[in-house]
Design a protein around this ligand. Structure first.
Ligand code: IPM
Ligand code: MN
Length: 369
């Protein structure tokens, strides 16, 4: 029997609705081709609703979303709303309330895309960042004292529990194993690693020389879990150093696991090495619950309503969603269709410079499935 999926859609602000429309177009085309059913239900939550009604989303919004198989989100953010309100009021709220504790961000250079890194080819930039998505400074622990005086003191605390660390590392180890389950060794491994039976690689990115308590815990957890995954070679890199290697030697990486804030920062850098926000997809995952798929980029107010924004990041996030739901063939076909476009059609990934409009890009991906 054909599977039937129910998806909650939050197009959001700015160019969010434009890119999500193309994503839904492509998913609908894939559903016809690969024989599954999909029903989208849209919610107008976000900054525009906030300015109109004074509330970003209903109080029980997370409960409403729990009835769906997945959530597909465009972008949240408006220049006329002060920073923090919308981010905390919907994006972070949903990530926390639905306990989407993994933020999975693939870093993949598509064929035909010119990386700002000289001489790097698609085979050189192909890794994933597993960003922990439930802890760190994002929990909002902290406070302010003596506000408005010269002694004003503000804190915002990096917090991690061992349970948060363990569940994130488990996901990252499984991801490394899955990416090389066919025993094709990751090329970043040395001859010695391969002789020792390693096929996959996992790099923990931290700052153990300064954040000694937090990364002592992460490193111990990593080393304690490693024997369960004998085929996975583990590495550690400081966050400042990893930004150098991501630029100089991206081919070293296969799976990078890191904390919430470091993951936020390094995935913008990573996205840039693959052609920018136009193509950077992501998923906020709760492997035991409901997950939310969204392009990494923002609401791009400057390009709103012009039919020039690149919808590929949203389309690829849609493919991630299908993959996650179990529609592996459909997801792979969308990725392939995107790769065909980047290699043979698009002049650039930047808004207004693609050589095609937003809707035309969606049409092309759908047509070439
Ligand atoms: C991201 C964004 C968010 C984050 C902001 C909008 C709160 O930058 O998804 O990377 O920091 O996680
Ligand atoms: Mn970010």
């Amino acid at each position: 029997m054909a599977k039937n999926y129910r998806i909650a859609v939050i197009p959001g602000d700015g160019t969010g609705p434009e890119v999500i429309a193309e994503g839904m177009k492509v998913i609908n085309a894939a559903s016809k081709k690969f024989g599954f059913k999909i029903k989208f239900t849209s919610y107008d939550w976000g900054g525009t609703r906030y300015l109109r009604e004074g509330s970003i989303m209903p109080e029980d919004g997370s409960e409403i979303l729990k009835k769906y198989d997945a959530i597909y989100l465009g972008a949240i953010g408006r220049p006329d709303v002060p920073p923090g309100i919308l981010e905390k009021g919907i994006l972070l709220k949903l990530r926390f309330e639905l306990d989407q504790y993994i933020n999975l961000r693939p870093v993949k250079l598509f064929p035909g895309v010119e990386s700002p890194l000289a001489n790097k080819k698609p085979e050189d930039i192909d890794y994933v960042v597993v960003r922990e998505n439930s802890g760190d400074v994002y929990t909002g622990m902290g406070g302010v004292a003596m506000k408005g005086t010269p002694n004003e003191t503000a804190t915002q605390v990096m917090t991690y529990t061992r349970a948060q660390v363990d569940r994130c590392l488990k996901f990252a180890f499984e991801m490394a194993r899955k990416r090389h389950s066919k025993k094709k060794p990751w090329r970043g491994l040395s001859a010695e690693d391969i002789a020792a039976g390693k096929t996959a690689q996992l790099t923990l990115c931290g700052k153990s020389n300064v954040l000694t308590y937090v990364f002592d815990m992460w490193n111990r957890a990593l080393n304690e879990m490693a024997p369960k995954y004998p085929e996975v070679k583990i590495n550690y890199s400081h966050v400042d150093a990893i930004t150098m290697w991501m630029v100089k030697n991206p081919e070293w990486f296969d799976v990078i696991v890191t904390t919430n804030m470091f993951g936020d920062i390094i995935t913008d850098l990573a996205a840039m090495t693959t052609g920018g926000m136009g193509i950077a997809a992501g998923g906020n995952l709760n492997p035991e619950g409901i997950s939310m798929f969204e392009p990494i980029g923002g609401s791009a107010p400057k390009y709103t309503g012009k039919n020039v924004i690149n919808p590929l990041a949203a389309i690829l996030s849609g493919a991630m969603m299908l993959d996650y739901l179990g529609e592996k063939k459909a997801a792979a076909a969308i990725e392939k269709s995107v790769a065909y476009l980047t290699e043979h059609k698009l002049k650039s990934l930047s808004a207004g410079k693609m050589g095609y409009s937003t809707t035309q890009v969606g049409d092309l991906v759908a047509k070439n499935l």
